[in-house]
Design a protein around this ligand. Structure first.
Ligand code: UDX
Length: 456
């Protein structure tokens, strides 16, 4: 059992801290936000993450886990301090390292015994060399402090599972002491460990994330071509997936990747390459394809409808993917302002994301249009002229094709996640546009009387 401190209680830090406690270590999670600390002590997670609260409550009750704003006490005699603070993207694509620098300085001023600082945050290659130097420069006591890189591969929505059952643990160290200590900390997880040097570990994180982003953008690119040549992207993906060299995961075409990692990490690696005088053409292409893909359905629908002015628009799903309330880089954030600008009256449904979205677009009149948040899908679809599906929530997938026909004024559906079979939608009389598949036939707006009779 080791004494561990974790700096930052976002997705990375909190989940890591809780999982270390679950595996028997003595963990203190540090955050500067007093209210957040109190909330966590009361057993409430500040993020929506499956299974997290349960583990927080269990480990806090067993006193293996604690939360504090008092970093000095937490860092003073820790065996290892994990840093999981954010590295937000800056306008030029580079990563903002100011949070890491602040924590590094606090560590230097607090530690009273030899300690390993482990950076989990995604940082540009070479940053951890600098963090180590920075800590050495500010160290008050005569102790050994080394920095290791230990990137995180958890996906939101399954963060706890991904941490406890990771496919690999990447350890980037520069000494036997650091390698052995980190290996021992991870021993209770019983997972494959890949031990490399610090810079390689930093690069593994970017290279992995950007490869997945590239895979998605490649499929989106091929999907757009499929539409033009009469092929079906889902059949194409299925056919490709049997080749083990390609694999079956991350082949789903859609309205582009969002979230806190892929958009940021593709831009960051492209920036790192540029800084080093190299043009990373493949990653650049992934970024470009993704940018276009985000509004592809809006562009299609704009051609079909001419204007959204005065139309009731149902939006199903706001978050960047299901299982999270996170909106970062979500397609909804790009499309909804475009719709509002044209005067659409939007009825948005999301099982958990609406409160966050309402912080950016409060309910009511917005520009020429308006936005209303509804807690049931039928309400969003009732009398709608068009429906956009942005997130493949289970609740959205459960809506039958017939429901669109029954409730909508014009059964016109733009599906950014390919959740329906084109044939089923065609059979239900829905005009259905998706990604990388042929659209169904055009349908007409129902007359009011006909609509009433259908509803009754
Ligand atoms: C990702 C990585 O999966 C994780 O390993 C890394 O540590 C952080 O970034 P996350 O951003 O939580 O995790 O979500 P993920 O499930 O990977 O999806 C990212 C985006 O890609 C979502 O917008 C999703 O809708 C999209 N996506 C994913 C596709 O469009 N098609 C796919 O086939 C898979």
């Amino acid at each position: 059992m080791y004494k561990i401190a974790v700096a930052g209680t976002g997705y990375v830090g909190l989940v890591a801290g809780v999982c270390f406690a679950e595996k028997g270590h003595q963990v203190t999670c540090v955050d500067i936000d007093e209210k957040k600390v109190e909330l966590m002590k009361s057993g409430v997670s500040p993020i929506y993450e499956y299974g997290l609260e349960e583990l927080m409550q269990k480990n806090y009750a067993s006193t293996r886990l604690d939360y504090t704003t008092d970093y000095q006490t937490a860092y003073r005699d820790a065996d290892a301090i994990f840093i999981g603070v954010g590295t937000p993207e800056q306008p030029d694509g580079s990563a903002n390292l100011s949070y890491i620098a602040t924590v590094a300085r606090q560590i230097a001023e607090s530690v009273e015994k030899d300690c390993l600082v482990v950076v989990k945050s995604t940082v540009p290659v070479g940053t951890n060399d600098k963090v180590e130097q920075f800590i050495q420069d500010f160290l008050i006591n005569d102790v050994k402090v080394e920095v290791a890189s230990n990137p995180e591969f958890l996906a939101q929505g399954s963060a706890v599972h991904d941490t406890l059952h990771a496919e690999r643990i990447i350890i980037g160290t520069e000494s036997k002491w650091a390698e052995e200590l980190l290996t021992k900390i991870y021993e209770p997880f019983n997972l494959p460990i890949v031990s490399v040097n610090r810079r390689s570990a930093e690069m593994i994180k970017y290279a992995s994330n950007d490869f997945l982003a590239l895979k998605i953008s490649y499929m989106n690119d091929i999907a757009n071509l499929c539409e033009l040549v009469g092929a079906d992207i889902q059949d194409v993906a299925r056919g490709m997936s049997f080749d083990e060299r390609i694999g079956s995961k991350f082949l789903s075409a859609g309205i582009g990747f969002g979230g806190s990692c892929f958009p940021k990490d593709t831009k960051a690696l492209e920036y790192i390459a540029r800084q080093n005088g190299y043009e990373l053409k493949t990653v650049k292409a992934a970024i470009d394809v993704n940018k276009e893909q985000k509004t592809i359905l809006f562009k299609k629908a704009s051609k079909r409808l001419i204007t959204f002015n005065g139309l009731k628009v149902a939006v199903l799903g706001l978050t960047f993917k299901p299982g999270t309330d996170d909106l970062r880089e979500a397609a909804s954030l790009e499309n909804i302002p475009l719709l509002l600008k044209q005067g659409a009256d939007i009825y948005a449904y999301d099982p958990v994301g609406s409160p966050n979205f309402a912080k950016v677009h409060p309910e009511g009149k917005d520009g020429k249009g308006s936005i209303t948040y509804v807690s049931n899908i039928e309400h969003a679809l009732d009398g709608a002229n068009v429906c956009f599906i942005f997130t493949e929530w289970g609740e959205v997938k459960a809506v039958t094709p017939e429901t669109y026909g029954k409730l909508m004024r014009t059964p016109l559906v733009y599906d950014g996640r390919n959740i329906y079979s084109v044939k089923d939608m065609e059979d239900a009389g829905i005009e259905y546009h998706s990604i990388g598949r042929e659209p169904t036939k055009r349908v007409l707006r129902k007359e009011s009387k006909q609509l009433e009779s259908i509803k009754s």
